[in-house]
Ligand binder design. Structure first.
Ligand code: AHM
Ligand code: MG
Length: 282
């Protein structure tokens, strides 16, 4: 696993350099979900592929930017599901973006996750690693390109932030009512449109709720299980929080296809319980 974390560190340093120096425009290609890829999406994907190709414990890669799984080492132990540059359309406005990695064994179901890692490229570059052994640990990149341990991340039972995703005009009535009630209880809006910095903020500030629900136009939501939802569900559980699709624990889900999406809610236990009460009634 250590070699995998080191490959992620090397990728992060190279991707940060690309974000700072490269064109933030679109390419001529679309990914499997139909999103037009930015040049930075494609470059980040290539960087990560190159770095994992050096690690012989990595059996295969499933990327948000690749249609199909790519086999690297048939005898390797781990499968990596990753989003090379999440929120990449925010790079041109100079907001934070991120990379997300799920490290799986056997298959890409939630319960096969062994570890999850994300990197935030913001004013500072930070990497968060969640594992069974060490819980959730945050590292920060220094000027010598070294990641240094900063702190463990642990959620409170209840937080103060609310990050409600999805197109509001298409929210289901019960979802809208729940979000309104949370604001009425004094929660503050914190939403950038990048799930990595939005979820990082909730983790660092001790709690709250991030939601990306199913809506009338996209009943299964936007966020993909393998690359985005499972890794963050793992991080939130290991930090003492929870993640649900409204009715089920996210990590009990199995995608039929690596690009499948699911509604998702991440947060402290109190807020996720609130979601479950609302969704189980509806
Ligand atoms: P991406 O992988 O194409 O960047 O999409 C994922 C991002 C998340 O970071 C964010 O939470 C969500 O899309 C916001 O989507 P939208 O603005 O379409 O509601
Ligand atoms: Mg993404």
């Amino acid at each position: 696993m250590k070699e995998i974390y080191e490959a992620i560190e090397r990728s992060a340093i190279r991707i940060r350099h690309a974000i700072e120096n490269d064109d933030t425009g679109y390419s001529d290609n679309a990914n499997k979900t139909g999103d037009i890829q930015l040049k930075l999406d494609i470059k980040s994907d290539l960087i990560i592929e190159e770095e994992f190709a050096k690690v012989n414990t990595v059996k295969e890669l499933a990327s948000e930017e690749k249609d199909n799984v790519e086999v690297l080492n048939p005898d390797g132990r781990y499968l990596i599901g990753y989003d090379p540059l999440d929120g990449s359309s925010l790079a041109d406005v100079n907001l934070s973006v991120g990379s997300i990695f799920g490290i799986y064994e056997d298959d890409y179901s939630g319960n096969s996750l062994k570890s999850a890692v994300y990197v935030v490229y913001g004013p500072r570059v930070e990497m968060v690693i969640a594992s069974e052994e060490n819980g959730v640990e945050m590292f920060r990149l220094d000027s010598n390109n070294k990641f240094n341990f900063i702190q463990k991340l642990q959620l409170n039972e209840r937080g103060k932030l609310n990050a409600p995703g999805g197109t509001q005009k298409n929210w289901e009535p019960h979802h809208k009512e729940m979000i309104d009630d949370i604001f009425k209880d004094g929660y503050r809006l914190r939403y950038s449109g990048g799930m990595v910095p939005d979820l990082h903020q909730i983790l660092i500030k001790g709690g709250g709720l991030f939601s990306y629900p199913g809506t009338s136009d996209v009943p299964k939501g936007k966020l993909r299980m393998t690359f985005e939802v499972f890794p963050f569900a793992f991080v939130f559980e290991k930090a003492g929080g929870a993640a649900t699709d409204g009715c089920h624990r996210v990590l009990d889900l199995t995608p039929a296809h690596i690009h499948d999406t699911t509604p998702c809610f991440f947060g402290s236990k109190n807020e996720v319980d609130r979601v479950k009460v609302c969704y189980e009634r509806n």
